[in-house]
Design a binder for this molecule. Structure first.
Ligand code: BDP
Length: 712
């Protein structure tokens, strides 16, 4: 008997032990809940003795309780039980309907989804209150408490509250029905359309947990380059099955709608938005969708852009198209997110087109339409000035679209943290009364319908995002969509603490590396306001020489305009005058090279190679210095990461090390190829001391990447 006991104990110890040293593969994201040191364990157990929630009957509340139990179990080895009695050390989940005597919560300040976390005495007992006006708020509050624990907050003195500033916080999946993800670098689509609706992969739930932990409350399941099939009954049933998994996590499902669906599916002769039969078709379709998915969020539409059908095919405008869909969704409470990403071949400057098409339509959209605008006027480049539509359509709610997947920033193998990019655009002053954040959160023009969308970087890769550090871009997106005023540094700190280590020095070293990475990529790809220098189709690697594509504005040469006389796109009055789309104060500043920040110089100006830069260098020398700085910065990131070896688990440390080596090699490739090309155009010698490109220009031009992932 005694021996048996010893064996059982040993087996148990081994199991627990192996759980403890389980390999870190990134699957758990920032929700790792790893065992905490003994001294922390005691404190945590004392603060999570039980969970008091009057009636955890709703699925959302059950999800909140389950997450708290899972977290505490992971960190301490013991899950708190549900209790109806207020015991000391309880976690109390409270709503106004289920508030306990003595609880004093400023309910009115918490809004529909906000939460409050507070350690306090209640009925003579030390407890932690998680309060919200809704179950979704309690779910977010529960995740906030777990975040507080994992980031080392003092659990005896919690006093936090947060209310989302933006209503719709959405992921946009560019996922096709065959599971190819357009611009996806993290494997295949999570959605196994073929096996849906019968088979529900466990990852769907983990995906929802991760999103809920950030406050993401909606997901567009299919690519903006959409197929009408997504709107057919079999696919609606599949979408409904996903909606069923996501619902307990406060996440609604949306679909990208193909504008020509009435013709393609309904057999109509036209998809003209003003045709009564077309309108009736969409109304019936909306009714059918809501029968299948009662809390369906709405449609995302890419129309008359890059070959997609749209209202202009029938001589109508974007408002006509959007309003028709809005009318069909309105009785059900759905919204239309109508994208402003458009450009036509005849436009003289692609950067100016969205403004030209959309700004005159201000005030013409139905109340449940939100116009979704990319952060910049070209296309998710490493750096762009904020889109001139922000602030210029006061009568129309505008959503901000960010790209989390790094189509133009080295795919998943480059470590580029996007928090600083998000912060830069959100905090940009439109000079029309406020920042982009104030436009997007609706406060500048008094809009209730508000949204931030992120093109997802999620796929079937074990680590979800294609690399460990790309998880941080998902994280930063979600947190900054909830509160556009969060600082990138603070968000990165939270992420690093939960994902890698809570040891302050190492955590901060990780954060420094992350924050430096964005400027690094700008420098080694497109410094000084250059943009769209990537190679054709796959968008991987440099291709500044490309000038033979069918449309002028697909060619990098169109964008950089490098020639013997200089480099850059003149967007001032002497050129395309796109700068005039910005508020007059800003347009004035950016019209003059002397008052244009160096970061945006060649976006707005075509300047001679010997133009004097603030650094005292010529433009030519400055360009090369920036490329060198980018490469040096990546080398530095590698050194910093190497120094963190002792504090990071070996699996992830080795993986990131290998990725950084790829990035270091490819940063040189970008630098060398661009310098070789620009030198061939400028005809200038390299400044003294410059390392010449490793290969001749012809070598870089000859490289082909037929099987690069994520192609459109
Ligand atoms: C471009 C992508 C293309 C997308 C397009 C869009 O290369 O795959 O379809 O954006 O946003 O950047 O619609």
């Amino acid at each position: 008997m005694k021996t048996m006991f010893v064996w059982v104990a040993l087996a148990l110890a081994l199991t627990l032990g192996s759980a403890r040293v389980q390999a870190e593969d990134g699957y758990d994201l920032w929700l790792r809940y790893r065992p905490v040191p003994a001294e922390v364990r005691g404190v945590l157990q004392a603060r999570a003795r039980a969970i008091v929630a009057a009636t955890p009957t709703t699925p959302v509340l059950q999800a909140a309780v389950a997450e708290l139990q899972r977290g505490v179990q992971g960190m301490t080895g013991k899950a708190p039980a549900l209790s109806t009695r207020l015991v000391p050390g309880a976690l109390v989940l409270a709503t106004p309907a289920q508030a306990l005597a003595g609880l004093d919560v400023p309910w009115a300040d918490l809004g529909r989804e906000g939460w409050l976390l507070r350690s306090q005495k209640l009925q003579g007992r030390d407890v932690t209150v998680i309060a919200a006006n809704s179950d979704a708020g309690l779910l977010y509050g529960s995740f906030a408490w777990l975040r507080a624990v994992q980031t080392g907050a003092n659990l005896a003195r919690l006093d936090q509250r947060s209310v989302p500033k933006v209503g719709l916080r959405l992921l946009n999946h560019w996922d096709n029905l065959d599971r190819h993800v357009e611009r996806g670098y993290a494997g295949a689509s999570l959605w196994d359309w073929w096996k849906l609706p019968d088979i529900l992969d466990a990852r769907y739930t983990d995906y929802a947990r991760a999103n809920a932990s950030l406050g993401i409350n909606g997901t567009v399941l299919n690519n903006v380059n959409s197929k009408a099939d997504s709107l057919t009954a079999p696919y609606l049933a599949k979408a409904a099955a996903l909606a069923g998994v996501f619902r307990p996590y406060g996440i609604k499902v949306y679909l990208s709608a193909r504008f020509s669906a009435p013709r393609e599916l309904g057999g109509l002769k036209t998809s003209d938005p003003l045709d009564p039969a077309v309108r009736a078709w969409w109304k019936a379709k909306a009714d059918e969708i809501y029968k299948t998915i009662p809390d369906f969020g709405g449609f995302l539409v890419k129309a008359n852009s890059e070959g997609q059908p749209g209202p202009q095919d029938y001589g109508r405008n974007h408002a006509d198209g959007a309003n028709m869909l809005a009318e069909a969704l309105a009785p059900h409470g759905g919204v239309v997110m109508w994208r402003a990403f458009v450009y036509a071949p005849e436009a003289k400057d692609r950067a100016a087109q969205a403004f030209d098409e959309f700004q005159p339509l201000d005030g013409k959209f139905a109340p449940n339409v939100i116009v979704q605008v990319k952060n910049g006027a070209i296309d998710f480049q490493p750096r762009e000035p904020f889109h001139p539509l922000f602030g210029a359509m006061p009568k129309t709610p505008l959503a901000l679209e960010l790209q989390i997947t790094k189509e133009y920033l080295g795919f998943a193998t480059h470590l580029v943290h996007l928090g600083p990019l998000f912060e830069e655009v959100l905090q940009a002053d439109t000079h029309r009364g406020g920042t982009v954040a104030r436009v997007v959160d609706g406060s500048l023009h008094g809009h209730k319908l508000t949204a931030v969308a992120g093109v997802a970087n999620i796929g079937t890769d074990r680590n979800w995002s294609g690399s460990q550090f790309d998880q941080a871009n998902w994280y930063a997106f979600g947190r900054m969509a909830w509160d556009p005023d969060l600082k990138a540094a603070a968000v990165a700190r939270e992420w690093a603490a939960q994902t890698f280590t809570n040891k302050a020095a190492s955590r901060d070293a990780i954060v420094d590396l992350m924050l430096a990475s964005r400027e690094a990529v700008v420098d080694y790809m497109t410094p000084l306001g250059l943009h769209h220098l990537m190679d054709t189709g796959h968008h991987y690697g440099p291709g500044p020489w490309v000038n033979d594509l069918e449309r002028a504005d697909w060619n990098p040469t169109y964008f950089h305009r490098a020639a013997r006389d200089g480099i850059g796109f003149d967007r001032t009055r002497t050129g395309s005058n796109a700068v005039a789309q910005y508020a007059p104060a800003l347009a004035r500043l950016w019209s003059d090279p002397r008052t244009t920040p160096p970061e945006l110089l060649l976006w707005f100006h075509h300047l001679p190679w010997d133009h004097a830069m603030p650094s005292g260098r010529t433009l030519w020398a400055e360009l090369i210095a920036r490329y060198d700085a980018g490469v040096a910065s990546v080398d530095d990131m590698g050194r910093r990461w190497a120094g963190l070896r002792a504090d990071i688990d070996p699996e992830r440390h080795a993986e990131v090390t290998a990725y950084l080596a790829v990035q270091a090699r490819e940063a040189r490739w970008w630098r060398d190829a661009c310098i070789a090309y620009f030198q061939s155009v400028s005809g200038l010698p390299l400044p003294a001391g410059t390392r010449p490109p490793a290969q001749g220009l012809e070598h870089y031009k000859s490289l082909r990447f037929g099987f690069a992932p994520g192609r459109g």
